[in-house]
Design a protein around this ligand. Structure first.
Ligand code: 6PG
Length: 247
């Protein structure tokens, strides 16, 4: 699973254009797969506009809801009725209205501990995939959505934390986050996230410019290390675009 595919950076005008461009890519990935489709969502604030857009026309009617399964790349270990819960945000924004309940695969934060949630989610992913080991010839996800935090983290893989080095497990517990909210996290590991046809980063706003400058300079940040075995695309807006970067 060490193979890494192509990386592309696309700049759009603003957050609204970013959500539209992301929605088009989500839809294109779905159109490319006539069978069962797996999408790995992300938390944070950046993807919310995309999620809301997917619940509106023309996207809503083009999504083959009965064939799409929805996972999440990382979760804050808080109850589902806590506003910080990542999957709850996605459910509220679009999933609960359109996706069959059995196609929504949250990280179980009703588990007794993050470690138990980690085990349960790994079992669920393996059972969905139908194998105990990931195979680059058969990507787990059609699309993995990602964001980048101010310290260069992605999912809940923080810089210099042991979780970013884990390659022998599908899911990992992170006892304490490096940024707010400072709650325990559960995260898919680097090889699990990478096992996709496309990884799509959404990055918007001036406050992201500093970390994007570091990321595009090639710094060893989790967000740079997690790349798809297929295609990796960074969608950024003008406000986030580093000075001197054209793309
Ligand atoms: C989380 C996320 C996290 C997020 C980045 C960017 O649980 O916080 O999954 O990895 O994607 O921190 O977050 P924003 O979109 O809020 O900037």
């Amino acid at each position: 699973m060490a193979a890494v595919g192509r990386r592309q950076i696309i700049t759009v005008a603003d957050p609204a254009a970013l959500a539209r461009a992301a929605a088009e890519r989500v839809q294109a990935r779905m159109a490319a797969n006539g069978g069962r489709i797996a999408i790995c969502l992300t938390g944070g604030s950046s993807p919310k506009a995309l999620y809301q857009l997917l619940a509106t026309e023309p996207y809503r009617d083009r999504i083959p809801w009965d064939r799409v399964h929805w996972f999440i790349g990382d979760e804050r270990f808080v109850p589902v009725d806590d506003p910080r819960n990542n999957m709850a945000m996605a459910r509220g924004a679009f999933l609960d209205r359109h996706a069959p309940a059995s196609h929504i695969h949250p990280i179980p934060t009703d588990a007794a501990s993050p470690d138990e949630a980690t085990e349960r989610y790994a079992r669920e992913l393996k059972s969905f995939y139908g194998a105990e080991a990931l195979d680059a010839a058969r990507p787990l996800f059609d699309l993995v959505l990602m964001g980048i935090g101010p310290d260069g983290h992605t999912a809940s893989l923080f810089p210099n934390y042991p979780a970013i080095e884990v390659i022998d497990r599908w899911v990992v517990g992170v006892p304490k986050a490096n940024v707010e909210p400072f709650v325990p996290r559960v995260s898919l590991t680097l090889p699990t996230l990478s096992c996709c046809r496309e990884m799509l980063f959404e990055v918007a706003g001036e406050e992201k410019r500093a970390i994007l400058t570091r990321a595009f300079a090639g710094e060893n940040l989790p967000a740079n290390r997690v790349q798809s075995i297929g295609e990796t695309v960074w969608l950024i807006d003008e406000a986030a675009r580093p000075e001197n970067f054209r793309g």
